[in-house]
Design a protein around this ligand. Sequence first.
Ligand code: MAN
Length: 351
Amino acid sequence: MADLARRFTNNPIISPEDVIPSQDGLQILGLFNPGVFYFENKIWLIVRVAENVAEEDTVFNYIYHQEGEHSILKIAKDDPNIDATDPRVHLHQGTAYLTSLSHLRLFYSADGRNFEPSEKPFIVGEGIYEAYGIEDCRVSVINQTFYLTYTAVSSNGVCVGLRTTRDWKSFNHHGIIFPPHNKDCAIFEEKIGNKYYAFHRPSSLAIGGNYIWLSESPDGLHWGKHHCIIKTRAGMWDSGRVGAGAAPIRTEKGWLAVYHGADHNNLYCLGAVLLDLDKPWIVLARSYDPIMIPTAPYELEGFFNNVVFTNGHYWDGKSDGIKVYYGAADKYICGAEFKISEILSSLQYSL
Ligand code: MAN
């Protein structure tokens, strides 16, 4: 299996130790899966910061109410009714609770490798659909407007929220664009035939699976004409789940999209697909083997082990190199360079 990633030599580029918790009494469990954008001559990362209470013996569910107030549900770690097999979500008497609450923070860099925290305010969950936080934000730029699509979590379910901004100071909150269960939404940065397009990932587990879908919209807000385009593949590295990364990039051969896939052992790798330029619901080629596999120590061990997960990259729009930013082991923020030509020639074209 070929790993095409040229990992940054200064990885991890941001670690939990570099970040101050949002409030006294909280601790940072991990930094996750940054969205990426270019603004005012700098590369920016919008990082998911996952926190919980700094109490060793407590699992908790930390809730933002509509008015901005929060409350903490405390459950002792040794409670016999807890199923803590997955460190991300614990089950208590049949109810699932996140073990952390996530908000988003901005970091910026002039060289794409050394990042500073920004003074800009944190972006936190607001309202009833974001009560358990906001996660894994993708950023797409269309006509100088930044579209932030992210996972909104609450007792209503896991779904996709949208905010837009032009200046990163004021935001329009458009509410939920894909209802539960749905995540991994990335809006294409160009219209095709006067329509917006987006990847998203509904889950239909009784019949079906965790598959990537493509939808179109007249305005970037209302989505329809859904096509299921990328499914899991039995016995392969992406047999358990697949989900889109950032918006695809336009190449002469088609739309090139990096996605994540996990197998039934929760090994999260990256692969790529190539979509028809005019009919993006047609898949032209796909990675047979992953293009990136967790191998570095910071990818193998963290909050949730054996994970490389991306939802953001920086590309200058012309060169062969692309900087892919990714979350490693659900704990660290890292970066790697890929060559577009190498990804394209690694794909399997006869599907
Ligand atoms: C899910 C999401 C991601 C996370 C991966 C790996 O897909 O919660 O945020 O990085 O799992 O744990």
